[in-house]
Design a protein around this ligand. Structure first.
Ligand SMILES: O=C(O)[C@H]1NCC[C@@H]1O
Length: 342
C-alpha cells in the first residue's frame, strides 16, 4: 500500500442526510477567519474534489473539515463542503459534526446535557446535546440569524410560467415555492421531479431575483429551492412537509435545518408563527427536524429571527481516504448520469 495522503473521516448522517467529518490528515487552510478559510477551500478545490467527487464521494455526500476555532468562545470549528457550495452554515451538517465530536470522544460528553459552542463559516452556533449512555441522542442548534428577504415575489421560469415565491436566509439562501401549487404531495416517489424542477427554479431565481445578504457580501446566490408543504396545527404544534432541491440535482434526505430556519423566518414575517410555537418539518423519507424561534434580531436593516433547530444523527463508519500516486484521477470525476438533474 502506498499513498501521498491519508485523510481520516468519521462518517455520519443526520435524519438521512450524509455529513461526513474529516477528523485528521488535513492541515488547516490559510485564512484569518473560518469564513476566509472556507473561501480558500472553495477556491482551491483540491480537497473538495478529493472527498466529494467519485470514486470517494458522490452527489449524496457532504463533508465537513474540522479546523481549530478562531473565536475564543468556540470549542471546535468546521468548514462545510456540499456538492456545489461551501456554505456559511448547514443544519444537517452541524448536527453530524456535533454528534461525531461527542460520540467519538473528540470533545468530552456530559450526560444528560452537553453544551458546545461551534464556529461555522457563517458565525458562532450554540449547541445543546441530549446525551445518554455515551450517545448524543438529540442535537439542538441555535442557528445563524435568519430572515425573510422577499415575500410573494414573481418569478418567471421557462416552461413553468410565472411562480409566486418567497426568498429567505436560514444560514443558507432559499427560494421557496408552495409544494401543492407545483402539484406535489411531497411523497418519496416525487424526489426526481422535485430535484429537476428545484434546480430550474433556483437557477431562474439567481438570474431574475438575485440574493443579497446584508452582512455577508460574498454570499450572493440562492443555493436551494424549498418545496414547502402546508402548515398544519397538531396537538404537538405546527407540522409541515419539506423537500429541498440541492445543486446539481438531488433532494435532501433530511428536512434541511437551514430551510426550516428560513421557513420560520418567513412564517414569522407573515405573523403565522410566534415565539411560543414549535414547527416540525418532515422530509421525503419521513425524518423530522423540530424548530422554534428563540427571539428576534436584525441582520443589517432586516428584521430577523433567532432560530433553534433540533434533530438526530448517527455515526455510520470510519474511512481512511488515500491517494495512490499512480491513480490517473487524483481529483476524481463527475458524470451527468448522477451529477445533475436529468
Ligand atoms: O440541513 C441543512 O441545512 C442542509 N442539509 C444538506 C444541505 C443543507 O445544508
Amino acid at each position: 500500500m502506498r499513498s501521498t495522503k491519508t485523510i481520516h473521516v468519521v462518517s455520519a448522517h443526520a435524519e438521512g442526510e450524509v455529513g461526513d467529518v474529516i477528523v485528521g490528515g488535513v492541515a488547516p487552510p490559510p485564512g484569518e477567519t473560518i469564513w476566509e478559510q472556507s473561501r480558500w477551500i472553495a477556491g482551491d478545490g483540491t480537497l473538495r474534489n478529493f472527498v466529494l467527487n467519485e470514486p470517494r464521494g458522490g452527489v449524496f455526500r457532504h463533508v465537513n473539515l474540522l479546523v481549530p476555532p478562531k473565536h475564543p468562545d468556540a470549542d471546535a470549528a468546521f468548514i462545510i463542503m456540499e456538492p456545489e457550495d461551501t456554505p456559511p452554515m448547514s443544519g444537517s451538517n452541524s448536527i453530524c459534526v456535533s454528534t461525531v465530536l461527542l460520540d467519538s470522544g473528540i470533545l468530552p460528553m456530559k450526560e444528560p446535557i452537553t453544551e458546545l459552542t461551534l464556529e461555522a463559516p457563517g458565525g458562532i452556533v450554540r449547541v445543546r446535546a441530549e446525551c445518554r449512555n455515551g450517545k448524543a441522542e438529540r442535537i439542538f442548534v441555535q442557528n445563524l440569524p435568519s430572515f425573510a428577504e422577499r415575500l410573494n415575489a414573481k418569478l418567471e421560469v421557462e416552461g413553468l410560467g410565472t411562480l409566486t415565491v418567497d426568498t429567505a436566509y436560514g444560514g443558507d439562501s432559499f427560494v421557496i415555492v408552495d409544494a401543492a401549487a407545483m402539484g406535489f404531495r411531497l411523497s418519496p416517489d416525487e424526489a426526481h421531479d422535485i430535484a429537476k424542477l428545484g434546480v430550474r427554479i433556483t437557477n431562474a431565481a439567481n438570474v431574475a431575483l438575485g440574493f443579497h445578504h446584508p452582512e455577508n457580501p460574498d454570499w450572493k446566490h440562492f443555493s436551494f429551492c424549498l418545496f414547502a408543504g402546508p402548515v398544519e396545527r397538531t396537538g404537538e404544534g405546527l407540522r409541515t412537509g419539506a423537500a429541498v432541491a440541492i445543486q446539481p440535482g438531488k433532494v435532501d434526505r433530511s428536512p434541511t435545518g437551514t430551510a426550516l430556519s428560513a421557513r420560520m423566518a418567513v412564517l414569522h414575517a407573515r405573523g403565522q408563527m410566534k415565539l411560543e410555537d414549535r414547527l416540525t418539518a418532515v422530509s421525503l423519507i419521513g425524518s423530522t427536524f423540530s424548530g422554534r424561534i428563540l427571539g428576534t434580531t436584525t441582520v443589517g436593516d432586516r428584521a430577523a429571527v433567532l432560530p433553534e433547530i433540533s434533530g438526530r444523527a448517527w455515526i455510520t463508519g470510519t474511512h481512511q481516504h488515500m491517494l495512490d500516486p499512480s491513480d490517473p484521477w487524483p481529483e476524481g470525476y463527475r458524470l451527468t448520469d448522477t451529477w445533475g438533474a436529468r
